[in-house]
Design a binder for this molecule. Structure first.
Ligand code: UDP
Length: 488
């Protein structure tokens, strides 16, 4: 008797070319592989090592079903410096447009590669980062469903949807006039100013309209949305987003729990060993960890105000600083003199820190964060309460979720975004946040009193829910299974 062979699922996953998007996208692949689904990750040569090392550390090498394919990135053709293959590596605004052009050319080559894949590696489902707008047409051609992975969460996505649909930001008289974004019925204090919104909703940005329009069109065309979150975290944001967009919304996180950043893997660099050894010598929950994402930089005058607060802290501080080499000499001298002290109260990391193992270390009691979604979820997964200092993008929305909806954070009280390559904001010379303001927020965060304990206990509860979501039968576990069913 003849049996009909059902095509096997094979997911093709293409991360957005941004470090902080590659990390969770690869982690999703590791989770899919742990569920038995074969995955091909399409990336560029300069990112292949980052991808491979995470896959390897999560124990999901090619034998377990993940193939990593590096397609050359036509950076030189577009006029970019050698090795500039990620958005966060673009050195200046002048090269931004060239980068998006190179991404388009990369898309053509990557789509051609995917079209040539034969069974059993023919794509039966495509999951693409938001920058890979070309993936939708390719998936259609192959008859495969296409999912988008934004990098941010369901609550902020719901806010985006509201802003696109109702446009309250266009009815205000100034960049600083607050308006309502009433997306969750139980949360009526959801207000933002136009200045605080991501580039998609700004009148002037450094990104050309065509690029933003392309991302929005991709966003509307896809069959579904994959989020690094879990249903128990963002109230019913995922269900509301599904109802508002008519798309499947699958929360499959926190993906940092996939094992690629386990403490066992931290021996891999000297910096990691230095951080863990320093933390090992500290009391439980006594350390304040400070980091503003993969590339978050403050203007020097603002960094000094923060630094003065950090060195005055009664708790040990682990402070990660990006772009230290671009700081003026007097700031670097001050840092050297004031932080790298013999009593080991303030450890400065100039470069890449092993964030997940740091957050999971029992010595860490609080996290001063820029509210990037990856950092937010990692802190939630580790049960660490946060002090929030949003920089840009959807981070002001994440702050609302952390502080007002979940009750696991203290706002530093920042009202304006920090300048970055994309948003075109020009920082004034005067820092917005002074030393005393930072100290007040940190005192609340690390406070041993009733309010501090309430935040800590809510954070502990969410940590347990995060872990349960990924266990057999949990909400994220089931959503990963649903994603695999879309590919079957
Ligand atoms: N990260 C890290 N070490 C660092 C800085 C960042 O491991 O020194 C990781 C962090 O764990 C997270 C990502 O980089 O996974 C940052 O993502 P997020 O969304 O928080 O911020 P973004 O970099 O997009 O601003």
């Amino acid at each position: 008797m003849e049996t009909t062979q059902l095509p096997k699922p094979h997911l093709v996953v293409i991360p957005s070319p941004i470090t902080s998007h590659i990390i969770p996208t690869v982690d999703i692949c590791c989770l899919l592989a742990a569920h038995g689904a074969p995955v091909t990750i399409i990336t560029t040569p300069a990112s292949a090592e980052l991808v491979q090392s995470r896959v390897h550390r999560a124990g999901q090498g090619s034998s377990a079903g993940i193939t990593v394919t590096a397609i050359p990135f036509p950076g030189a053709e577009a006029g970019l410096p050698d090795g500039c293959e990620r958005l966060d590596h673009v050195p200046s605004v002048a090269l931004l447009q060239k980068f998006f052009h190179a991404t388009e050319l990369f898309g053509e080559a990557a789509a051609q590669h995917c079209r040539r894949l034969m069974a059993p590696r023919r794509p039966t489902c495509v999951v693409a980062g938001m920058c890979n707008t070309w993936a939708h047409a390719m998936a259609r051609e192959l008859g495969a469903p296409c999912f988008i992975f934004y990098g941010h969460g369901a609550f902020s996505s719901l806010c985006f949807d509201y802003l696109y649909t109702h446009r309250p930001q266009e009815a205000v008289a100034s960049l600083d006039e607050p308006f309502d974004v009433p997306v969750l019925p139980s949360f009526d204090e959801c207000k933002f100013t136009r200045r605080q919104l991501p580039v998609f909703f700004q009148q002037s940005t450094n990104i050309k309209d065509g690029v933003l329009r392309g991302i929005r069109e991709f966003d509307m065309a896809v069959d579904g949305i994959v989020v690094n979150s879990f249903e128990e975290l963002e109230r019913d944001s995922a269900a509301r987003l599904a109802a508002a967009t008519g798309k499947a919304v699958l929360a499959v996180g926190p993906v940092s729990l996939c094992g690629a950043d386990s403490r066992a893997g931290t021996g891999s660099s000297d910096e990691a060993r230095r951080c863990v050894a320093w933390l090992d010598a500290k009391k439980a929950s006594s350390v304040l960890y400070v980091c503003f994402g993969s590339n978050g930089r403050m203007p020097p005058a603002q960094l000094m105000q923060l630094g003065l607060a950090l060195v005055a802290c009664p708790w040990p501080v682990l402070w990660v600083i990006k772009g230290a080499d671009t700081l003026p000499d007097h700031v670097n001298e001050w840092l050297q003199h004031s932080t790298d002290d013999a009593d080991g109260q303030c450890l400065v990391v100039r470069g890449w820190a092993p964030q997940v193992p740091i957050l999971e270390h029992p010595a860490v009691g609080g996290f001063l964060t820029h509210c990037g979604w990856g950092s937010t979820l990692e802190s939630v997964a580790a049960g660490v309460p946060m002090a929030t200092w949003p920089f840009f993008a959807e981070q002001f929305m994440n702050e609302k979720l952390i502080v007002d909806v979940l009750g696991i954070g203290v706002s530093v009280g920042v009202t304006k975004p920090t300048e970055n390559l994309l948003n075109g904001v020009k920082d004034g010379a005067e820092p917005e946040v002074g030393t005393e303001q930072v100290k007040r927020a940190l005192n609340k965060l690390m406070d041993g009193g009733a309010q501090g304990e309430d935040r800590r206990s809510k954070a502990r509860e969410l940590k347990a829910k995060a872990k349960a979501a990924l266990e057999n039968g949990g909400s994220s576990y089931m959503n990963l299974e649903k994603l695999i069913q879309f590919a079957a």
